[in-house]
Design a protein around this ligand. Structure first.
Ligand SMILES: *Cc1c(COP(=O)(O)O)cnc(C)c1O
Length: 430
């Protein structure tokens, strides 16, 4: 049997049993080099490795744990549900409570369907958009990630950017994705309004949907330029295409709700945070589109574990807690961290660019602005590798790729943030 020994030994064994030793590629530390750390436990803003080393966690289950690890109330809710049954594959009251909370948080949402992952939710959203419009083509933005769904698995940020293209655009299509699967996908540079207009002019009545991460978080954090999201709403309305906001990261991260409240997309996708730490995806949107889903309509979607009670116990507790939470706290901590880093950067005259939106942060080692996917390809890989390793050594766990966002949770305090700033200064002195 495998004993808790050390991460290195575990990873060697894991590589013989699982592909690359992992079950999701970015966990492998391939970009930064070295072996991944095996985590034994997590509490609040900290994770503990099998060796007993403690790290401040800025990954937080890839943005899932907005209350930090092992939140007492969420844990309690899961325990209670555990006593009453894990899974029925039948209706249960928690799904209603969850749907109420989501509806309350979003003005653009009439109805929802709960699935098991963000990827699944995106699949359903595209199917709905095609059925609703009777059109086929989908516009996506380079560097935006919407799960590992064939049609969108091109120029899709983080994992793909890290592993398949070192310095250039990913080849289209990806291995294992036949060309037919992506021939109706149009990829446009994020923030490029004129390319968007051109695409619509060329394919006028063929575009079923535009899908976007309203704040891009999977090529590192990249902010939409002023007017870009508004433009998406206007142009999709004009050409009668469906606008899909993929808020798997951004939903409930900056407020009780998301950017959808401001821009009124037809479909909003949720995931990560809303599951309270258990697997979830949510397709939500306007009634006339959502009602095309079976059993009301003809668009099929099913799921053995969809809306399982254990997930929904964590999910409803999370949303109820978020409703009472003061998001300014996250903003304050993020400000302290980013301002701290900028001060150091100026003091030591380093090439570094911080992109930040609320509690979602990227540190790019470049001296140019990072406004789209192309820009993310100019970063200094070696510098990031050194930075990552230095911080890890000092007990700070960053995403092992510059194309993944750092997240801050309600469980972080100025203590962890100030320590992080001190360590970063130490890194730059050397
Ligand atoms: C993580 C993510 C997904 C995929 O969600 P999974 O639950 O991993 O399938 C989709 N879109 C965005 C924006 C994400 O960050």
């Amino acid at each position: 049997m495998v004993k808790d020994c050390c991460s290195q030994e575990l990873f060697e064994i894991a590589q013989q049993l699982m592909v690359g030793g992992v079950n999701s590629p970015v966990r492998s530390f391939k970009y930064v080099g070295g072996n991944p750390i095996y985590i034994k436990s997590g509490k609040g803003p900290y994770i503990i490795s099998v060796e007993g080393r403690k790290f401040i966690d800025y990954v937080l289950g890839w943005g899932t744990f907005i209350f930090g690890h092992c939140d007492e109330e969420i844990k309690e809710a899961i325990k209670n549900q555990l006593e009453n049954g894990i899974h029925f594959g039948a209706c249960h009251p928690l799904e209603i409570e969850f749907a109420y909370l989501v509806k309350e948080a979003f003005k653009n949402i009439d109805k929802i369907r709960i699935v098991n992952s963000g990827t699944e939710a995106v699949m359903v959203a595209l199917r709905l958009a095609k059925a609703f419009t009777g059109k086929k083509k989908i516009i996506k933005f380079a560097g935006n990630y919407h799960g590992h769904f064939d049609q969108l698995l091109i120029k899709s940020g983080s994992g793909v950017a890290t592993f398949l293209s070192e310095n250039s655009f990913v080849s289209i299509p990806q291995a294992g994705v036949p060309e037919e699967f992506t021939k109706d996908t149009i990829v446009i540079e994020y923030n490029d309004e004129s390319a968007l207009e051109k695409a619509f002019e060329q394919y006028k009545n063929e575009i079923a949907a535009v899908i976007v991460e309203p704040i891009a978080g999977n090529m590192g954090v990249v902010l939409p330029k002023n007017g870009f999201l508004k433009k998406l709403r206007e142009i999709t309305q004009y050409y009668q295409s469906v606008l899909i906001f993929d808020e798997v990261i951004t939903g409930f991260r900056f407020e009780f709700g998301g950017l959808s409240n401001q821009y009124n997309p037809d479909i909003t996708i949720l995931g990560k945070i809303v599951g309270g730490g258990l697997p979830i995806g949510v397709v939500a949107g306007k009634k006339e589109i959502m009602d095309l889903l079976a059993p009301v309509g003809e668009v099929y979607q099913g799921g053995t574990f969809s809306a399982n009670p254990l997930t929904l116990a964590a999910a409803t507790t999370t949303l109820k807690k978020l409703k009472k939470s003061n998001y300014h706290y996250l903003e304050e901590l993020s400000q302290i961290l980013t301002e701290g880093i900028v001060t150091i950067k100026n003091k030591y005259n380093k090439k570094l660019k911080i992109n930040k939106y609320g509690s979602m942060i990227s540190i790019f080692f470049t001296d140019k602005e990072v406004e789209n996917y192309q820009d993310t390809q100019n970063i200094d890989k070696l510098m990031f590798q050194k930075f990552f390793k230095f911080l890890l050594e000092k007990g700070i766990y960053l995403p092992p790729s510059p194309f993944e966002a750092l997240f801050i949770s309600f469980s972080h305090t100025t203590k962890e943030i100030n320590y992080t700033i001190d360590v970063i200064e130490e890194f730059f002195i050397n």
